[in-house]
Design a protein around this ligand. Sequence first.
Ligand SMILES: Cc1cc2nc3c(=O)[nH]c(=O)nc-3n(C[C@H](O)[C@H](O)[C@H](O)COP(=O)(O)OP(=O)(O)OC[C@H]3O[C@@H](n4cnc5c(N)ncnc54)[C@H](O)[C@@H]3O)c2cc1C
Length: 407
Amino acid sequence: MLRKSKRLWGDQAALKSSYDAVIIGGGLHGLAAAYFLARDHGIKNVAVIEKRFLGFGGSGRNTAIVRANQRTQQNVPLYKEALELWPILTKELDYNLMFFNCGNLNLMHSEAAMNTARMNVATAQFHGVESHLIDAKQCKELVPALNISKDITYPIFGAMYHPPGGILRHDAIVWGLAKGAAKHGVHLHQQTEVTGIGVENGKIVSVETDKGRIKTPRVLNAAGGYSAALSYQMLGIKLPISVLTIQAMVTQPLKPILDHVVSSGTYHAYANQTLKGEIATGAHMDAWPNYTTQTTAYYIKHQAEALSEMLPCLRGVKFMRHWGGLADMTPDMAPIMDGNNLIEGYYMDCGWGYFGFKSCAATGKYMAQFISSGNCPEMLKPFNLSRFEQNRLMGETAALVNYTPDN
Ligand SMILES: Cc1cc2nc3c(=O)[nH]c(=O)nc-3n(C[C@H](O)[C@H](O)[C@H](O)COP(=O)(O)OP(=O)(O)OC[C@H]3O[C@@H](n4cnc5c(N)ncnc54)[C@H](O)[C@@H]3O)c2cc1C
């Protein structure tokens, strides 16, 4: 008899007519919430509904950078916990997530940027996150390929050095969480699109899909770049999210030359070397809202110019692949995690922009706690939607504009 190859997360189950929770989006945030719901809270009758395939969105397109040196008091603890979860999840999921904590260098190109970085380092250290301010010479010691001459457009003054950060294989996390969720009984429905959400008397009662109706008392919107459109079109809830395309690319594989993630907000470029040897590099996002995920020649030129100055040994190296993905950006560059208030049983985990890869493990854990109890955990309270009405925006924009990269 011929041996049938098995999917990591088993065969797709038939869509049931009722689930205890329906999660919209088979990206990292949806999968992580499903995994922790089933594993820790006994809610196993859960469906993850994905219109294309698992990891189709930003989860399968990011440049895999993880770190915990965010800007604000509210954000650092969440990212710290996420960073600490990777080795634990690798064991629990029995799946190699290829965590390489090679450390991140966020380059600074002026004295003013160094002063701002000083505040960032202090915030990180206050929360027990290892982070140092280093000068240009120390940068060069860590990354010999770096150009610290004064003879470039934006000379390097120093960096914020964050040793526990690094990279993980993004597909591995999607597959590992899918495997873990399925093992605990979660149904993963790919090629199934949510087309409507049913509400009666202020409560969630059902989800419409192109494969049929599902009765459910709980829905999580984890639809990434599509979350705001979905929320408005299906429930009339407006979210302050703009959708833009972010581009990234990889070069031909090279011998090891880059042991750290190097990034520069001023050059709008970052680079790290994958385990395959490619230099993965990304840039700033398109300046206009769009859902295209199209790549542009402009960014090829931009990346080539920026990398040639920062890491001159890369001059002449060929780009092999170039892609785009959607970023769901809020005005303060912090996510929206909220629920069970505007409509009973409706939860949101969206607006992740550049940061949704590095956070997903911790977010999944806390969103599962939120969805199972109906009460928002302390860790997530600062991320509520009402902060935009109450002018309590967080300062994560500062983390990006002044000196951090696109990730
Ligand atoms: C080029 C690029 C580089 C990046 N680099 C980094 C990085 O280095 N570090 C970092 O932390 N973050 C990075 N990010 C951001 C990160 O990838 C995202 O924030 C993260 O993947 C968001 O995950 P998610 O699960 O919320 O959404 P997604 O992964 O986008 O998943 C949402 C899913 O919902 C599905 N969906 C939408 N509508 C429906 C519907 N109606 N019915 C059913 N399914 C639906 C979509 O098909 C999609 O698969 C990057 C993003 C890009 C594009």
